[in-house]
Ligand binder design. Structure first.
Ligand SMILES: [Zn+2]
Length: 360
């Protein structure tokens, strides 16, 4: 019997081998937002909320932010209501849509009710028992699946050795997955003020089966009263969703700059140099959906010296930014001006222009 299981396992691994036949993509055009659990599978259960409900709310909010502010990205949800979807089906949905990224949204839980904070996982071998434990909790979802034995080749969600086998194969998307994971954690920490538990690896069945970069976000611990309260609140859910959206946006912009064919011999790639049009500075944070901003595209906010600064557009050259400046002023922002960034950090326009010239 043991031998048979082993044969099954090898078969299971071979079937799951990721084959990348695509030519190098240059844009991020489809993202799958996966709300963990659902229906008969509640996920982790807190004092007065269930993981499946929080995951769904945050997933939908995240997808809606992306739809609204990145209209060139197609958003695919694995579920938009309280229904049960097997893990393999979620990956199937993403693979069929040829998605460029898979983002799975969850809440963590621990017997230690003092544990709290956000963490983001990518596919890989766990380095700690705690990380293995998280994967075990999440993979336990297959216990609700009737044909799990067939679908996962006898994978035992509770056996540590199963996880070592699962992660034996090098994940070709690891770098991209880890990059978005880091951006998400950065947003959680610096923009939402959550405790940053870091980026980790573990063997998640749902990520293993997706043929694209993917992350599994643990928003926080539903088993911690304070965190549960935050995650259950509409405001908390909006904050977490907008954080994931901004991280995704940063990833997309950088990915597309890096994979962009050279334009007139200008290599924007190495420096991540870009110009934006800054049209507003505020002492308090304003939502990007503020009605005043309607008509402006490609909005972004960054913090500097305790102020919130709002920009529109991303331009590879100063001239391109200049040609759009008057249009922004015409929307009622007469004081709008051009700012420059290198790899996401603000630099002087003078430095940016000389950098731009030196690259020509
Ligand atoms: Zn979960």
């Amino acid at each position: 019997m043991k031998r048979l299981l082993k044969i099954f396992f090898v078969f299971f691994i071979l079937c799951g081998l990721r084959i990348n036949v695509d030519a190098q993509k240059s844009t991020i055009s489809t993202v799958v937002i996966d709300a963990g659990h659902g229906g008969k599978d509640p996920g982790a259960v807190g004092k007065y909320s269930k993981e499946k409900d929080i995951a769904l709310s945050v997933a939908i909010k995240t997808g809606n932010y992306i739809k609204k502010y990145l209209p060139d990205v197609k958003v695919v949800f694995t579920r938009t209501s309280d229904v049960f979807i097997p893990l393999y089906k979620r990956a199937e949905i993403a693979n069929k849509k040829d998605a460029d990224f898979f983002i799975s949204i969850h809440c963590n839980a621990n017997n230690n009710t003092r544990a709290y904070g956000s963490e983001t996982y990518t596919m890989g071998l766990h380095k700690s028992d705690a990380n293995l434990g998280t994967a075990m909790l999440e993979n336990a979802a297959i216990m609700f699946e009737e044909d799990a034995d067939q679908q996962y080749g006898g994978f035992n969600a509770n056996a540590p050795e199963s996880y070592i086998q699962l992660t034996l194969i090098q994940d070709e998307y690891q770098d991209e997955s880890n990059l978005l994971a880091a951006y998400i954690q950065d947003q959680f920490k610096n923009r939402v003020g959550r405790r940053d538990r870091g980026v980790h690896q573990a063997g998640f069945l749902v990520l293993w089966r997706t043929a694209m970069p993917g992350v599994l976000v643990e928003l926080g611990f539903i088993s911690n009263l304070n965190e549960e309260k935050f995650l259950k609140s509409d405001e908390g859910q909006s904050f977490m969703a907008s954080a994931i959206y901004r991280a995704f946006k940063q990833y997309k912009i950088e990915f597309e700059i890096e994979n962009k064919p050279k334009e007139n011999g200008v290599i924007v790639i190495a420096t991540g140099l870009e110009y934006r049009i800054q049209f507003l500075t505020e002492r308090v944070m304003v939502e990007l959906s503020d009605p005043r901003f309607s008509g402006l595209t490609d909005l972004e906010m960054y913090q500097q010296d305790g102020l919130y600064k709002y920009t529109s557009g991303h331009f590879a050259t100063f001239d391109k930014a200049m040609s759009t400046l008057s249009a922004v002023k015409a929307k009622g922002f007469n004081d709008a001006f051009i700012v420059a960034f290198s790899k996401g950090k603000r630099i002087s326009v003078k430095d940016a222009r000389s950098l731009e010239t030196s690259l020509k």
